[in-house]
Design a protein around this ligand. Structure first.
Ligand code: ADP
Ligand code: MG
Length: 564
């Protein structure tokens, strides 16, 4: 037999373990949720691989999760008959964190427990949360399809190292045995474990089983029978009717599919019938994941076909600007052997994508309408991503435009809270344009001399400074019939807003400054196209503007910086 091999955890795993034990202690029962969630994922994966390779089921297609405990040994064991782990998979998946951006993420940790606990939760605690309550964790597994001689035992005390050895294992799948720390006896109780499972894992679609217990009147105590019973509802949550699902169940299901630790911000659950049939349960998270801007990051929703899990992050199911959405789509039309290539071409998938985008936009509109504070929270987290939709999704451009929020001269704050509809509602008599100014930063925009005349006339100007804004504006020319106009471009027609007295003054000034204008033109020569008297400044003597149809100076600078 092969001897055990001792290996070290990746540095980030060590950090995660240390922090988790200290910062999530008050919420320690989540370890059970995480281990059940992994067991469920492992069964989903097996069922999927078995579509093409039915022999992997080895004659046992009743997938289930079992939870048991041993008072004397002080252990709790969570087992599944899912896909299992080979030796190499155990080393790779239980010793490292594979997500890209992990290193940068850990470099953000501050040492402040409260803050870091939030960050860790956002990162996803997963398997390692076992060590919050366990002084030792042993994982025994055999991957489906491998011989009994290729079982693996992975063990660790969570102190920086783990060991792996080969074992003989008949059963397919994984069992995780936690040896509890000295003061964690509360988990050695059938009642306690059932209560946690009901609270956190009732949405799991597989049966979760525990040993049956019965009251023995003669002995006058609870005795454990050698018989399993199912302790959850064991039907896929999204297939149940809305009225049978509590908010708590929706939230726990979200944590499972999104691998998130926090509650979602909002969700939408629908069964769509007609030409294409599917169920969607989609969530908007509360907080952007640390890798929102990472192109390789895990994203999108899980795809099921007739309740069989097909794939994670099926990004075809939503347009890219909604990549922060999590959840499941269960199609009744797609074939079970659907591949990513087929997804790209499929009309059913296009119908799902269009339908899902509309649902999410509807959900956001409701949120904006009914819970403006929560919408503001959403906007700070995901607004910049949503802006991409203005260019990417012509069919929904107007709805997305309605969801946009901006900083404006109306408030003295960089907070993006003003909608285009708010702006239109405050427009002055005679004003027919939505004025904006874009700059590298909010401060640069707010202090621009271009704003002087607008301030004087009491005209609101939207202040744009996100990187995506200029690009977005090239697609957003108008909203509800009102053109968007940059205050940094020439030909600003503010005449309609000038009163008689102002108009007279302007005409006089134009006359009086004719010689000055001529001299300036001569002095600047080729460098300018035109020099003219303007009514747009109050305190500054002069400003440079570009022609209406030319690129704005801000965009020009960005293009130059990009080497174009
Ligand atoms: P996540 O579930 O977000 O991927 P975890 O830390 O919970 O992260 O699990 C890490 C990895 O370990 C999983 O992605 C999976 O590859 C593997 N794993 C954990 N539990 C099991 C299990 N019961 N069966 C098979 N693989 C598992
Ligand atoms: Mg997990």
């Amino acid at each position: 037999t092969k001897t055990a091999e001792t290996l070290g955890f990746q540095a980030e795993v060590k950090q995660l373990l240390h922090l988790m034990i200290h910062s999530l202690y008050s919420n320690k029962e989540i370890f059970l949720r995480e281990l059940v969630s992994n067991a469920s994922d492992a069964c989903d994966k097996l069922r999927f691989e078995a579509i093409d390779h039915p022999e992997l089921l080895e004659g046992d297609a009743d997938l289930r999760i079992r939870v048991e405990f041993d008072k004397a040994a002080r252990t709790v064991t969570i087992s599944d008959n899912g896909i299992g782990l080979s030796r190499d998979e155990a080393v790779a998946n239980l010793g490292t964190i594979a997500r890209s951006g992990t290193r940068e993420f850990f470099s953000q940790l501050t040492g402040d427990k409260q803050k870091d606990a939030q960050l860790i939760g956002q990162f996803g605690v997963g398997f390692y949360s076992s060590f919050i309550v366990a002084e030792k964790v042993a994982v025994r597994s055999r991957r489906a399809g491998l011989p009994a001689s290729e079982g693996v035992l992975w063990e660790s005390d969570g102190q920086g190292e783990f060991s792996v050895s080969a074992i003989e294992r008949e059963e397919r799948g994984t069992s995780v045995t936690l040896t509890l720390r000295a003061d964690e006896d509360e988990f050695l109780s059938s009642w306690k474990l059932r209560e946690i499972l009901r609270r956190y894992s009732d949405h799991i679609s597989l049966p979760i089983q525990m040993k049956k217990e019965e009251w023995d009147a003669e002995k006058s105590e609870q005795v454990v029978k050698d018989e399993w019973e199912t302790v959850n509802q064991a039907s896929a949550l999204w297939t149940r009717s809305k009225s049978d699902i509590t908010d708590e169940q929706y939230k726990e299901f979200y944590k499972h599919v999104a691998h998130d630790y926090e509650d979602p911000l909002a969700w939408t659950h629908n069964r769509v019938e007609g030409r294409s049939e599917y169920t969607q349960l989609l969530y908007v998270p509360k907080r952007a994941p640390f890798d929102l801007w990472d192109r390789d990051a895990r994203r999108g929703v899980k795809l099921y076909v007739k309740r069989v899990f097909i794939m994670d992050d099926a990004d075809q199911l939503l347009p890219a600007y909604l990549r922060f959405v999590r959840g499941v789509v269960d199609s009744a039309d797609l074939p079970l052997n659907v591949s990513r290539e087929i997804l790209q071409e499929s009309r059913d998938v296009r119908a799902i994508r269009d339908g899902s985008a509309k649902r999410i936009l509807g959900l956001l509109e409701e949120l904006a309408q009914d819970k403006p504070e929560e919408y503001a929270e959403f906007w700070t987290q995901f607004g910049q991503v949503l802006k991409e939709g203005v260019g990417e999704d012509p069919a929904n451009k107007d709805r997305i435009a309605g969801l946009l929020r901006f900083a404006s001269t109306q408030s003295d704050s960089p907070a993006q809270t003003v909608s285009l509809a708010d702006y239109i509602g405050r427009m002055k008599e005679g004003q027919d344009k939505i004025y904006y100014l874009s700059a590298d930063s909010y401060a640069a925009a707010a202090h621009s001399p271009h704003l002087e005349v607008f301030r004087r006339k009491g005209l609101e100007v939207l202040l744009l400074s996100d990187r995506v804004d200029e690009w977005m504006l090239s697609y957003l020319r108008e909203f509800e019939g009102k053109a968007l106009a940059s205050v940094a471009k020439g030909g600003l027609d503010l005449d309609a807003l000038a009163d008689e007295e102002e108009k007279k003054q302007q005409a006089e000034a134009a006359e009086a400054f004719k010689p000055t204008i001529e001299r300036l033109k001569a002095a600047l020569g080729e460098r300018v196209k035109e020099v003219r008297v303007t009514a747009r400044l109050v305190d500054s003597p002069a400003c440079v503007v570009v022609d209406e149809h030319e690129l704005s100076p801000h965009l020009l600078r960005m293009l130059k910086a990009a080497g174009q």
